[in-house]
Every structure is written in structure tokens, then in C-alpha cells.
Write a protein of this length. Structure first.
Length: 106
């Protein structure tokens, strides 16, 4: 099994409008996000040149992300309305299948 990974960054705003009005995240605010795209292929599924995928082909994903998410309001970009609330796993960490994790250190 062969794996390639590429990291993409974008910034966006959102409102968690299911929270009470006094909560700071109920107001418009933003984050810097990191999307890690990981692709794998079995040895016999690689391209003729031996790639899992040519990195240049990922430019299309980057363009989509820039056009759809970067410096956008996620409540609108993700189909309108409020984003779904975060689900909490057994160990207390937050999970969601629709969002990337904010990276406030960048």
C-alpha cells in the first residue's frame, strides 16, 4: 500500500447559531483551517509512472477549496443555515464528518 498526503489551508468565518446569544461562538467569528488530503493505492493500482496520484492533479481540489471555502462564510458555503453541532466521542474529543478542525495556531 502506498500513501501520499498533501496539506491545504484556508480561512473562513462561521456562526454557531444554535448556541445561546451570550456565547462568544454565537457571534460571527473565523478560524484558520487545515485540510489533510490522504490518498492510498495498492501496488497494482498506481499509475503507469508509479504515482498514487500526480500531485498536479490535486490543483483542481485546491481551486475548488479556494473558490468554495477560502475567505467565505461557511454557514452559506456549506449549504446554508447553521452547521451541524459537533458530536463528542467517548474520549471527549469533538468529531464531525462535515468540517475540518480549526487550527488557531496558524
Amino acid at each position: 500500500m502506498f500513501t501520499i498526503t498533501k496539506e491545504f489551508h484556508f480561512s473562513a468565518s462561521h456562526v454557531l447559531d444554535t448556541l445561546p446569544g451570550w456565547h462568544p461562538c454565537a457571534r460571527l467569528h473565523g478560524h484558520n483551517y487545515v485540510v489533510v488530503l490522504e490518498l492510498t493505492a495498492e501496488d497494482n493500482a498506481r499509475t503507469d509512472t508509479g504515482f498514487v496520484r500526480d500531485y498536479r492533479e490535486l490543483d483542481e481540489f485546491k481551486k475548488w477549496m479556494d473558490d468554495t471555502l477560502d475567505h467565505r462564510h461557511l454557514n452559506e458555503s456549506m449549504g446554508g443555515g447553521a452547521l451541524p453541532p459537533l458530536r463528542t466521542s467517548q474520549n471527549g474529543s469533538s468529531t464531525s464528518g462535515r468540517r475540518t478542525s480549526p487550527n488557531s495556531a496558524r
